[in-house]
Design a protein. Structure first.
Length: 429
């Protein structure tokens, strides 16, 4: 049974601590197993990746890379209406991310000094897309499109085969629609290692993005520094802040939309209305009976769900900022009056008709979001994650001579005499 509690400070803190406890340390056995997989791929290349595919997926591909024709065939295999929906979502996601683009700049000054910044996309990015118990074509769009907008040179996708050796056709169709350059049929830690290190057929990438199981997450963590990564994502979570104007039917549906992700997901409602809290709980158990993932929803709500009855909306907002949830729904009469006070959230959904699945699939903002309270300092995946910047400086001789005394003084204060000398020899020239 989902917990219904009075939201005093101590209770709210207890919820925060419970959610933090979901993201524990990886076991030493998994850490060691992943280290061995990475080393095997480092030394064995394609052969090692195929052996791990046989071991973990029950199938060994003749070729790791899929052809363009196989991607086109996947599109033909899918429901045309699904493809149409993918294309609409792609348009929205691309339009949103286009507005995030940064420009290179050059800043000339009247004295001849020139400074500036060059912005360009990464050379090559790897996108990992799970394909085991659940395939998420939407994750393809969310990871690939901002990389394209950033003008990444090449986008390489890895997704595991099923037991038959065939990948999920919906994932391949999404890759085709999104415009992925190359697709490799491989999964798990071995796929992350192949992307990070390169093999005979898999090109080495500069960054790896995308969700995965504990082995994928551990491989990304261990290879960080060899390549860049997006983030180490934890279990999904939603916090809903609601006032008396909210619909219990809507609130229950939205809580369960996150709870169905997995048994570790968290779904919390906070409201000053005890009546709304009770009605929402009743709706939860009424609607749950008709849902295919009822058992997962039930366990998720029992373990990490909650309905908190607080004293005021101000208290609810304070709790939201402390929890720093991945998804934050503001189901109130005037949601825009709160937006300026919501400092810590991955993505904020405003009003009664902006539920979290709207962001997961269609509206445009990215659904790759910080979890586990990391929205205090992390941001959603964006175009910025796929670019790199270089600054540049040009000084004429006379301007360097003017600045020389200050530079030399600063260098000498730090006892870096070679730095000072680099300036001095030009002053004396």
């Amino acid at each position: 049974m989902i917990k219904v509690v009075q939201g005093d400070r101590q209770t709210c803190q207890s919820f925060v601590e419970d959610l933090k406890s979901r993201v524990g340390q990886t076991s030493p056995e998994i850490e060691q197993s992943v280290r061995e997989i990475i080393e095997a791929v480092r030394t064995g290349g394609d052969r090692a990746v195929k052996e791990f595919s046989k071991k973990f997926d029950g199938w060994t591909p003749e070729s790791l890379e899929l052809s363009r024709g196989e991607l086109e065939a996947a599109v033909e295999e899918c429901d045309p209406q699904f493809i149409a929906s993918l294309r609409k979502a792609t348009e929205n996601i691309r339009a949103f991310h286009q507005r995030q683009k940064q420009q290179s700049r050059i800043d000339p000054l009247p004295n001849g000094v020139i400074t500036g910044q060059r912005v360009r996309g990464l050379h090559r990015v790897g996108v990992y897309v799970p394909g085991g118990t659940a395939g998420y074509p939407s994750s393809v769009l969310m990871n690939v499109i901002p990389a394209q907008v950033a003008q990444v040179g090449e986008i390489v996708m890895a997704t595991p085969p099923g037991r038959t050796g065939r990948p999920d056709p919906n994932i391949l169709a999404a890759a085709y629609v999104a415009g992925v350059d190359r697709v490799f049929l491989m999964g798990g830690a071995q796929a992350v290692a192949a992307l990070a290190l390169g093999t005979e057929s898999v090109p080495q990438v500069d960054k790896i993005v995308g969700p995965g199981n504990i082995f994928v997450a551990t491989a990304k963590k261990q290879l960080y520094g060899v390549v860049d990564i997006d983030m180490i994502a934890g279990p999904s979570e939603i916090l809903i802040v609601a006032d008396e104007s909210a619909s219990p039917k809507f609130l229950a549906a939205d809580l369960m939309s996150q709870a169905e992700h997995d048994r570790m997901a968290s779904a919390i409602l906070i409201t000053p209305s005890r009546e709304l809290a009770g009605q929402t709980v009743e709706e939860l158990y009424r609607q749950m009976e008709y849902l295919s993932r009822k058992d997962i929803i039930q366990e998720s709500l029992d373990r990490f769900g909650g309905v908190i009855v607080c004293e005021s909306m101000e208290e609810a907002v304070d709790f939201a900022n402390e929890l720093a949830p991945e998804h934050l729904e503001i189901c109130v009469d005037n949601p825009f009056s709160y937006i300026g006070r919501l400092d810590n959230a991955g993505s904020v959904f405003l009003g009664h008709y902006s539920p979290e699945p709207l962001g997961d699939y269609f509206a445009g903002p990215n659904h790759v979001l910080p979890t586990g309270g990391t929205a205090r300092f992390f941001s959603p995946l964006s175009v910025d994650d796929f670019i790199k910047k270089s600054s540049f400086i040009y000084y004429p001789k006379e301007e360097l001579q003017k600045a020389a005394p200050d530079i030399i003084r600063l260098a000498q204060t730090e006892e870096l005499t070679a730095h000072a000398n680099s300036i001095q020899v030009r002053v004396e020239d």
